[in-house]
Write a protein that binds this ligand. Sequence first.
Ligand code: MD3
Ligand code: FE
Length: 209
Amino acid sequence: MTGGKILGEETEHLRGVRLLRGTLDRAAQEALVEAVRVVIRSAPLVRPVTRRGQALSVRMTAAGAFGWVSDRRGYRYEPCQADGRPWPPIPALARAVWDRAVPEARAPECCLVNWYDASARMGLHQDRDEADLAQPVVSISLGEAARFRVGNLARGGPTESTVLRSGDVAVLEGPSRMLHHGVDRIVPGDADLLGVPGRINLTLRVVTA
Ligand code: MD3
Ligand code: FE
């Protein structure tokens, strides 16, 4: 970790999702992007396919004891990559954000890396592949901004959206943990942090019971 601060953040809420705006300063964002590049060196990004063979538009990899994968066998957490290698360790700075955001939670077991190119998106879904759904999820945004959408516990109904910017952290906990959510699109703007257009989202999760 080369410098950078986890700031005392501004907190707002969107349907119970806790939004910590500007948690990472620029130096911390740069350090975390570098740590993500290290992760990608030993766990390359892939475009997962669904059970039906449809490729997701987001490229993914992971760090930690488990990685989330999707292929023709479905969605699940795996302790190793497809080639049998373990996932690399969770970047220390991502772990520090988790400890600051959710000090009462268990240790994170997965840091999912979602890499959005300019046209990537993620449809409304729930995160329900974890065994202990009482544990929170912490999301860190890096790079270009994204229009993030939050719906309801059940499918359908009205939704609300907000823009997540580089350095913002979202905490999904309590009743908000099971809300439908997704990413409508990347908001083109500052492509400076990554050096290319696009966005990285890190989600930290507890996977086991
Ligand atoms: C709201 N990722 O990987 S992170 C995912 O920006 C995912 O890449 C999005 O949804 C992204 O599953 C959003 C923020 C997030 C994560 C979990 C949530 C928001 C959530 C669970 C409930 C409600
Ligand atoms: Fe999700």
